[in-house]
Design a protein around this ligand. Sequence first.
Ligand SMILES: Nc1ncnc2c1ncn2[C@@H]1O[C@H](COP(=O)(O)OP(=O)(O)O)[C@@H](O)[C@H]1O
Ligand SMILES: [Mg+2]
Length: 416
Amino acid sequence: MPESTETPQSLAELAADGERTGGVPIELIDVVKRFSGTKGAAVDDLTMTIPAGEIVVLLGPSGCGKTTTMRMINRLIEPTSGRILIGGLDARAQKPDELRRHIGYVIQQAGLFPHLTVGSNIAQVPQMLGWEKDRISARVDELLELVGLAPDEFRDRYPRQLSGGQQQRVGVARALAADPPVMLMDEPFGALDPITRENLQDELLRLQDELSKTIVFVTHDVDEALKLGDRIAILGTGSKIVQYATAEEILTNPADSYVEQFIGGESAMKLLKLTRVSDVALEQAVRATEADSAADVRRKLEEAESDWVIVLDAQDRPLRWESLADLEGATGTIGDLTAGEDDLFDTVISGRATLQEAVEALLNAEAEVVPVVGRRRRYVGAVTLSTVQQAIAEIKERERRQRKQRAAEAQPGVAV
Ligand SMILES: Nc1ncnc2c1ncn2[C@@H]1O[C@H](COP(=O)(O)OP(=O)(O)O)[C@@H](O)[C@H]1O
Ligand SMILES: [Mg+2]
């Protein structure tokens, strides 16, 4: 083990520094790649910073230079000129094969060795790093768990005995084997059916919540980019950056017509897909329990100028709505009221749902308002179509303010 007081000289030392390795930043500085015998550069003077612990998506049409860019980071391709710093260290100063042991790499169709078992595939890098046998097998099982595959069931299978989605999970496990600070993912889910693809995207986000790696993710799929990217670099020919920004910013303020065309229409619908119900200001309905007196609740409703009360059980889980009309003249408790026809609901949505799912729930439930639940189905608020509309308006307004501020910072002295 290296002395922790010394500045790490290699990614290996950097990765061995902590118990668990978070991400490190990657900097590309004036990077050019010309393949011999070709006109024009595949990567034409690219400068970009990829912050530590973020998922940065390279999004661009086929042939624009995404794969070349990515493969220069782990030195599968050598740049013609320019510099690449990983965690502040010059990639050229590292031995390529050592560098690659500390940069996870996931490609389409996983690229697993067909003649090796799942376990042996995952164990490749730890074996090269000379880990003890016991440590390797413990790590293999831990990683299989992490990517949602039961170790006993999958460790001894061969890749051909797995579905495409399962192979891709193994590919991710293999890339994470030596706990690298950086993961490069080149269209990893491109060959999967839409449902499996969505599942693996969700899994990747869940994993990233836990691991905080620096992930460079290449795709030409706009929806995938918007969903996964903390930041998205939209690239043109020669990996020219046309816009490098958050999904929200790209949707609300595309840099030019190329970006507009690339992301396609329906930007408001796309914002709905990006935004979680828990991220927006919810309606706060008047609450009651079965034991509350109807008269008290009626007074509360009148004070709140509201027509509906949500009835919760002892664990704050929503049971039903009662209307002001139902409470009219009632003398006993809320529990004494006979259920009216529109009181019961079977639709509640989770705070983790997207606004798009909320709109779907509202339209399908034919309800004007749907309760939102958090952990253990506890009621946290309610959502209506106007909640959603408001949220989108606020996102647009926030982006507009930030744009103004950035413009002001770029041009000091100019009043905006
Ligand atoms: N080994 C190579 N030799 C010559 N040209 C190449 C080589 N690899 C890629 N290219 C060219 O470089 C450009 C960028 O390719 P690539 O990085 O694979 O694009 P993307 O991943 O965005 O589809 C393309 O025009 C491609 O034909
Ligand atoms: Mg490619």
